[in-house]
Write a protein that binds this ligand. Sequence first.
Ligand SMILES: NC(=O)CC[C@H](N)C(=O)O
Length: 382
Amino acid sequence: MAHATQDRPTACLALADGTLFYGKGFGATGETTAELCFNTAMTGYQEIMTDPSYAGQVVTFTFPHIGNVGVNPEDDETADPVAEGMVVKWDPTEPSSWRATETLGEWLTKRGRIAIGGVDTRRLTRAIRQQGAPHVALAHDPEGNFDTAALVAKARGFAGLEGMDLARRVTCAQSYRWDEMRWAWPDGYTRQTEARHKVVAVDYGAKRNILRCLASVGCEVTVLPATATAEDVLAHKPDGVFLSNGPGDPAATGAYAVPMIQGVLDAGLPVFGICLGHQMLALALGAKTIKMNHGHHGANHPVKDMETGKVEITSMNHGFAVDSQTLPKGIMETHVSLFDGSNCGIRMIDRPVFSVQHHPEASPGPQDSFYLFERFAESMAG
Ligand SMILES: NC(=O)CC[C@H](N)C(=O)O
């Protein structure tokens, strides 16, 4: 009997269609509801869990060995994990890295995030690919008591990310100066340590490494909350404006971001956007965004630069996309996903206003996309 008790599942993942996955819980106990996505990256689970763009989502990791290098204070993309929970194949082993200060489980527990191990993540990923990102409830109970009908009902009750403005939830409370002039890359890759360009970065859920990358190409960065107006931005007399990544539906956040962006465009400033920032720049220029079936989440996504013909290996994390069919005249499609042909970049033909769907601050390439930061800095040099 002791054996049976030990094997009793302590976590349950319920999909809205009634499918149940059982496993071993780690991290916090309790319940959460979210949209479920899968991420194919082999490294960077800590950066993924702390990427604010994952708010409202539970992440299934397709790579089986998650947690095996522990967690450390340097790799956070923001102060807290913002993904709602994680689903993994194997239970994490003891960390084997000199950088580890905690186990993944301890770290998740402190931050109130639930994880389930021992799940057939291949089966789950196939289900996500076939049906689209499902709504789920994830529960962790050390006693293994689950009211599965109630969990399925909670999964069904989750409103979904469409129409959700989550940027307001994860943005900074107040403006601040990004003063970390430290290397954006572990190998010390940097271009510029002296600030030459005044940049306002509007924070819809910005990853720290984006701000580091801006600093490393010579930007003095002032970060403003998501709800900043064009007047708030222009009051800083910036040389250029950066629009960050972030969670939720671009159309919902666009309700207040688009007027701000249009005001900045009217002022004639260079603009650079990443991910949610890209989607909202597209909205401000008159294009539309759509919800994807299961999105792009991983660190091996090939993106073609249509102007040079070069392919960049990129990091991706998005569930919405710019509909390239809706790009108005004067806006060119600069980048395209080689996985499915979806839009990955735009620019105004006659002005230094551009944005990309992928994450040039992340480093699978490892530096394939860094030129975008340099392009932004050059556009402010005149
Ligand atoms: N990483 C991001 O900025 C994500 C943008 C948007 N929330 C999406 O899922 O498409």
